[in-house]
Design a protein around this ligand. Structure first.
Ligand code: 13P
Ligand code: SF4
Length: 314
């Protein structure tokens, strides 16, 4: 693929400053093209814990950059857009978690990685949508307090009926607005399409889907399916990768507005500016890093065989 001037500048800067670029599937295609690693949040945290370079440029949202810093504290971690933040990450407070913990015995606080470093520090283990079921099943505790995403929590609970769940009312604005009505309208327009959705969607949407799963699961399902047409109920960026991987198949968004505005704040210009200036870089207090590292490391240990999804790039 022919690179433009900005993309070539980033490739040059990577060499000069010993940097690796990590990109989530939800960032725009032109940014994904300059990344050394593109993947879902589980894959990116695994990569961040292992890479050797001095600097990590995280093309994603703040919680991803924070996780990279927590797992590799000696590295300089750049987040090219300081305001690329996931609203769900702030939908529960440390005080709320402590109160629930104090009221229940034999409780594990299970924290979706889409959360602040402070919340991770209050938790027993982190999960992503790619490894949550496997990890929750493996925990010795009978009661699970799942934070912050209620929809993902309920999706997991349905697959682990032997445990009791408490939920918090967090949600992803990019997925949770999708409705059963949207599914009906999209199916009228594409009657032969299979519907694949992310579990951050509401239960009424998940129930109508042919497949519900993580970004990794959606990409695998589409690759292995013999169907030719798909409706996709997750962030638009994934459609870029689906189309690239499956040129003989057609992918339509379930709704034109399923776009994460925060992921889209990462642009080639901002990546160049961050690499040239070394700003904005992620700073966390040493104590915060220590507290949040334990649940993140536990996630990596408990999910060795889980299905994360990603690929090496430039
Ligand atoms: P993944 O865990 O599939 O990467 O999704 C991240 C996310 O932000 C979903 O909204
Ligand atoms: Fe957060 Fe939703 Fe954006 Fe993912 S898609 S980063 S959960 S707002």
């Amino acid at each position: 693929m022919q690179m433009n001037e900005k993309q070539l500048r980033i490739l040059k800067l990577k060499k000069e400053m010993d940097a690796v670029v990590l990109a989530h599937y939800y960032v725009t295609g032109d940014v994904q093209e300059v990344a050394d690693y593109v993947g879902d949040s589980f894959y990116l945290s695994r990569v961040a814990s292992r890479v050797q370079a001095k600097t990590i440029v995280m093309c994603g949202v703040r919680f991803m950059a924070e996780s990279a810093k927590i797992l590799s504290p000696e590295k300089n971690v750049l987040l090219p857009a300081a305001d690329a933040d996931c609203p769900m990450a702030h939908m529960v407070t440390a005080g709320q978690v402590r109160r629930v913990r104090a009221q229940h015995e034999d409780l594990a606080v299970v924290c979706y990685v889409n959360s602040t470093a402070e919340l991770k520090g209050e938790s027993d283990v982190c999960v992503t949508s790619a490894n949550a079921v496997q990890i929750v099943r493996a925990l010795p505790n009978r009661q699970i307090y799942f934070i912050p995403d209620e929809n993902l929590g309920r999706f997991i609970a349905a697959q682990v009926p032997e445990k009791q769940f408490l939920f918090h009312q967090g949600f992803c604005p990019t997925h949770a607005f999708l409705s059963a009505e949207d599914v009906k309208a999209a199916r009228r327009a594409h009657p032969d399409a299979l519907l694949l959705v992310h579990p951050e969607c509401r239960p009424e949407v998940v129930e109508l889907a042919n497949y519900a799963g993580s970004t990794a699961g959606i990409l695998r399902f589409a690759r292995e399916s013999r169907a030719k047409t798909f409706l996709i109920g997750t962030e638009h960026g994934v459609l870029y990768d689906l189309a690239k991987e499956n040129p003989d198949k057609c992918f339509y968004p379930l709704h034109p507005k399923q776009i994460c505005p925060n992921m889209k704040r990462i642009t080639l210009e901002k990546v160049i500016r961050a690499m040239e200036s070394g700003f904005p870089s992620v700073f966390l207090e040493e104590e915060e890093i220590q507290r949040a590292r334990r649940p993140l490391q536990r996630m990596l240990e408990l999910s060795k065989a889980a299905d994360s999804c990603g690929k090496e790039g430039n």
